[in-house]
Design a protein around this ligand. Structure first.
Ligand SMILES: Nc1ncnc2c1ncn2[C@@H]1O[C@H](COP(=O)(O)OP(=O)(O)OP(=O)(O)O)[C@@H](O)[C@H]1O
Ligand SMILES: [Mg+2]
Length: 200
């Protein structure tokens, strides 16, 4: 069973065709990496999968269901998105960044503990290291317990040690029955971490 499947999708911006007739598949409980050169449409594909961009043609299936305007809000609840620039709210603390998604202090605190951010609850993002900020973004994406987690270039700002830490985190998520999709430039990282590689 595929967590996400696209069947012949096409995306254009104006007359500019970003991809055409694209068939992408991510199996449940696997890590699928998407590799491709800069500007090739990787982020655009992720945004289409997460319902943040409309496609011009073709079909997207999420957890076996065809995405349409009626079920979109419901279906995309299955997807957590960790953006390349993380998109943390700079004026909110770590705790507030998590609770803005879902107002549960208990759940937020559990995730903060899990990602070793204890003691940082009341810090603002600017006072965190790159790896800590990334862990806040991952924790926030997990607040709604999505089945599918999408990462856009998660390792680009991390050193080797933090990349290993990130690998441990995503392997832990796979053990919790989650499906992971990772866009990366890093061929070695993709080979190391993923069950499948999709070249765009
Ligand atoms: N909102 C938009 N309107 C018009 N063109 C866009 C828009 N977003 C992206 N594009 C164009 O679509 C193409 C693909 O962009 P995209 O960001 O998906 O590439 P990418 O593969 O993620 O690149 P990178 O590896 O540099 O992040 C680029 O040519 C970009 O200029
Ligand atoms: Mg991109």
């Amino acid at each position: 069973m595929y967590a996400i499947e696209t069947i012949g999708i096409t995306k254009k911006f104006g007359n500019n065709i970003i991809f055409e007739n694209l068939n992408f598949k991510a199996k449940e409980r696997e890590i699928t990496s998407i590799l491709g050169p800069s500007g090739r449409g990787k982020t655009t594909l992720l945004r289409c999968l997460a319902g943040l961009e409309n496609i011009n043609n073709g079909t997207i299936k999420i957890c076996g269901e065809i995405l349409n305007n009626k079920n979109k809000d419901n279906l995309i609840k299955n997807i957590g998105f960790v953006f390349q620039n993380l998109n943390l709210f700079p004026n909110l603390t770590v705790m507030q960044n998590l609770k803005i998604v879902l107002d549960s202090t208990e759940k937020a605190q559990n995730l903060i503990n899990k990602f070793k951010l204890n003691g940082k609850e009341n810090e603002f993002p600017k006072n965190l290291s790159g790896g800590q900020k990334q862990r806040v973004a991952i924790a926030r994406a997990l607040m709604l317990e999505p089945k599918i987690l999408i990462f856009d270039e998660p390792t680009s700002a991390l050193d080797q040690e933090l990349i290993s830490e990130f690998l441990k985190i995503i392997r832990g998520l796979i053990n919790k029955n989650r499906t992971i999709i990772i866009v990366t430039h890093d061929t070695n990282f993709a080979k190391n971490c993923s069950d499948n590689i999709f070249k765009i």
